[in-house]
Design a protein around this ligand. Sequence first.
Ligand SMILES: *[C@@H]1O[C@H](CO)[C@@H](O)[C@H](O)[C@H]1NC(C)=O
Length: 101
Amino acid sequence: MVTSSGISLLIVINPLMPTSVPVCHYLGPERIVEPVRAKFNKNIHLEAIPEMTCDNPKCNQSFHHACLYEYIRMLPDVRSSFNKLFGECPYCCKPLWCTVL
Ligand SMILES: *[C@@H]1O[C@H](CO)[C@@H](O)[C@H](O)[C@H]1NC(C)=O
């Protein structure tokens, strides 16, 4: 997407979690990009910030708890113990868990 002020916006939507907040990269001179980024971030609710992170140091991918829970819940080999679901990271396939919502 190219905006009128000469900024390009690269929007990355995760096909595994299409309803999660997309990752946005602003491309352009920082003095033009900065106010647009600030305005956009202000419009995103605080709960939209991903709060879970894959522990694999080669991955570090962040997730919204609700998205990760939905993903793990649908895995064919999901395991649960007490209030935790155990599955694997959608990116690196390393073991990952989240609490049941
Ligand atoms: C993941 O995070 C660790 C610790 O902050 C860091 O050392 C590592 O380089 C990161 N890996 C990637 C792929 O970003």
